[in-house]
Design a protein. Sequence first.
Length: 317
Amino acid sequence: MKHLIKTGIWLVLLATANVQAHTPYVAPTTFEVIGSKRGLISFDASMTETFFVPDVAVKADFQITNPDGTKVAPNEIVATKTRTVIDHKLEQEGTYLVSSGATKGAVFLVYELNGERKWQRDPAADFVVPEGAKVTRHSQSINRLDTYVSYKTTSDTVLKADGEGLEITPITNPNTLLKKEPFKVKIHLNGEPLAGAELSVKVASTNVKTTAGNKKHKENKEESEGLLATISGWFSSDEAEAENPADKAGDNAKKLKFTSNEKGVVKLKLNTGRYLLKVSHSADAPEGAAAPTYSYGSTLSLEVFAKNRVKPEDLDH
């Protein structure tokens, strides 16, 4: 099967250690089911160390999948230095997917020579690794950013894998998540379930007021790691199920790491708040690719509510 992966503008900065800690995401202004007649909503696409506070704008070919499965371009996209703002009017009732799609990024060639680490970003075709150097990494990034919103009601048509790159596909509708109620996601690589994938869960921080009770999360001082970094040193779970990390870690909430089962499924149970789910995976690139290895990354932003926020009498029909 041929997978169409976009080669868009993807802002991944790895020039300094500080920028390496940035993780890209796309998130709406609200995760609640939108009930107004106008149906207007905005999204931020950015790279940051602190979720969901934008720092460096992400530019990609974003698409919106309607509840009936059709795909359209956003009504308006405006790029600033810290974020890309996406505005869109929701017409159909149901759940929408907002996604960058699988987008190719930079090629990185990292090598060691005489005890010194050196690297090339998008090396020229005639570049030759110096004699005696040891290549430690030669890969191209393929990243994907996803989030979901719903208008007047929720639906499940868009809850399926596109079949391109690495994806975190919700099994439970992400706009219906409630405190400490189990929900599932499935990890796909090019449309196939990916067993043994490492999924991290990061709590939003920096005193973000969530729509679920306007509770404040204190700033998390732990650094997030980039999609291109190796996931390591995070808490793990054999059962791939956990409570909100803040329950055990106090104000300085920890990151959790889980492993998908043989069907690619991860089961989660979280407390109230906004979260970023992230997964990374490396695999051999096809013949003729720009690098011998593809470094895949995918993020999904969502919110868990204290109680059901969808009430028919609250929806403005």
